[in-house]
Design a protein around this ligand. Sequence first.
Ligand SMILES: [Zn+2]
Length: 276
Amino acid sequence: MKNSKIFDNNFYSTYYYSNIISNILTGDPDTIGFLSNFRENVGSSIFLPYQKESALHSFCRSVISDFLHEDMTAYDEEDWKLCKINSYFKFRPYIDNAFSVFGLNWSFDEFLEGKSNHEFSDLEEYYEEVLITGYFEEVVNRIADEVFYVIFNNRGLMNDFNELVAGNLDLYRNDNEDSDLDVSSLFTSKGTLKRAHIPQWAKNAVFHRDKGQCTFCLKEISGVLTPNSKRHYDHMVPLAEGGLNDVSNLQLLCGTCNQTKGRTRTPPSLKYIKWY
Ligand SMILES: [Zn+2]
């Protein structure tokens, strides 16, 4: 039986895109346009509680899509010119490489078969085909899954993402006034999100990421070594402060630390255990 939790991870440009996402989330002013694109792309669906395609997934996809598009256009134009000058330089579109890494059989060479004169307009046609067929989107989704796998471990970055959304909750709502999706029932009268039930898959993900330990005091609360180990799945950015019901906003805390933190905006712990 196929296990949906197992996937081939190629780590294709993972750190490149992770770094871009980190720069955006830590306030690089050059990246402000990517945030407004994200707001437009995500729609009111960002407020739906605990979707496996989390708010962070949507953010990764939006950013990766924008960057891949930019890179594709910029590099391909340059490389095309170089090929015209140096006939020994074989042209290969930027996205073609990604296709082959992910085993998506849709190369530019195949597209050109049967065409006699290879012109830049062929490449433009290829772009259009790639977008229409959904191959571009497929590559974006694959890269986003790989990026999510890496950055989910970074609690500081998860907090930055949720802080950023929390600080602009009204913008996210206003940007989507025309949306068919009515999310008003998800909000309290104060304009923050109501508490939603945390599904088991989200708890499992956070439990394993945080290794069954309180992220603040590192107390073992896995239930393996000690029977009295109540686990708290705490919202890093509290709901009352604009936090989302999203797996990216959760962290594992013990009872004592959870009580001390209460509903305050305490930064997440940066304590990790070395591999050896
Ligand atoms: Zn603790």
